[in-house]
Design a protein around this ligand. Structure first.
Ligand SMILES: [Fe+2]
Length: 345
């Protein structure tokens, strides 16, 4: 059959006409986009969302800052009216990273006030520095706050100075653990002073509370924090929080932040047994760089990715709906930093 002489009714055999049909989908797409730009509410007439709201939402995922091992006892020879020395009692300078900023919350990781967390010590030291952001602070208690000697106003038992200073923000004084949400994230503050909290095992009141809390909060992203780490390259790791890890791992938690060793350290995501697990593992940070003093590395632990023992500063965490960014912010004049991004699971 000869197709060369096929008859097509004019003007549809015209080359320009065929090109017109070819470009019609592109023309309609552009017209639609222009329509939506001119009349954004047309697509959802009852919605209060507009373009500026969407732009704002995209750029305002909440950011929190965390550190522990913070404020020297006002009787410390390095206290120097709160100004410290070049290498110790730097709580004023780490807190300078927090004031007049847009942090959605401040996580203080325990040993917030040395030497024993006395109420008068909190007023004379912590309150002048990190106290400037007390209104957005979500604390956990350290081991030093339970001490009853060797510092200012140490006579009170049961970390009374800490619980008096922070009030309701610290939770029930007989427990010291609680949870809350920031943005899309669920945050859990735990008490690693197990004796004071009634235990840390899965069958303890705290363990049972943690299990129930995580079952009730199915946020895609979860961060837990307490003072004494399970994993550390310093010499102060303890297995007392292993049940916390096991419960959190079972519930797909994403981040654990601790202190106690006065170092900064970041671990790769791992299991409660310390096995690298890039799929379901929990990433642990140690941020004992709050200002009091530094301690050293004993031996580098498995899955440790970076550590620093000479820079005070805070860990900044940006809490996206399904991921997080971390950045270590050093005190002014210092250069060590660490940053990256992880996905929730
Ligand atoms: Fe500690």
């Amino acid at each position: 059959m000869n197709h060369k002489n096929r008859s097509i009714i004019p003007p549809f055999d015209n080359v320009l006409w065929r090109r017109f049909w070819y470009y019609i989908p592109i023309i309609l797409t552009f017209a639609g986009l222009i329509w939506l730009l001119l009349y954004p509410n047309w697509i959802a007439p009852n919605s209060s969302i507009n373009k500026s709201d969407l732009a704002l939402a995209a750029g305002t995922d909440p950011v929190v800052a965390a550190a522990g091992d913070i404020a020297c006892d006002p009787g410390n020879s390095n206290f120097n009216s709160g100004n410290g020395t070049s290498s110790a009692c730097r709580q004023k300078f780490t807190s300078d990273l927090l004031v007049n900023t847009d942090f959605a919350g401040i996580l203080v990781l325990g040993d917030n006030q040395y030497e024993c967390g006395g109420y008068q010590a909190f007023l004379q030291s912590y309150n002048l520095s990190w106290g400037r952001v007390k209104s957005i602070t979500h604390p956990v208690v350290g081991n030093h706050e339970y001490l009853m000697s060797d510092g200012t106003d140490c006579a009170s038992a049961n970390a009374a100075g800490y619980f008096t200073y922070f009030g309701a923000a610290a939770g029930d004084p007989s427990k010291g653990y609680y949870s809350f949400n920031i943005g899309a994230w669920h945050l859990v503050a735990l008490n690693s002073n197990c004796n004071a909290a009634g235990g840390c095992s899965a069958t303890s009141p705290q363990g049972k509370w943690l299990e129930a809390d995580l079952a009730a909060h199915t946020n895609f992203c979860t961060l837990a924090y307490w003072h004494i780490p399970l994993f550390s390259s310093g010499s102060r790791a303890s297995i007392n929080s292993k049940a916390f890890w096991q419960i959190l791992y079972k519930h797909n938690a994403d981040l654990i932040v601790s202190a106690h060793d006065h170092i900064y350290e970041r671990f790769a995501p791992q299991t409660p047994a310390g096995i690298l697990d890039s799929i379901n593992g929990i990433r642990e940070f140690i941020v004992g760089s709050g200002g009091a003093n530094h301690t050293t590395i004993a031996s580098v632990a498995a899955n440790s990715e970076i550590n620093n023992t000479d820079t005070y500063g805070v860990l900044k965490l940006t809490l996206h709906p399904s991921s997080y960014d971390w950045q270590f912010i050093p005190e002014a004049g210092k250069t060590f930093t660490d940053s990256g991004t992880g996905a929730c699971h």
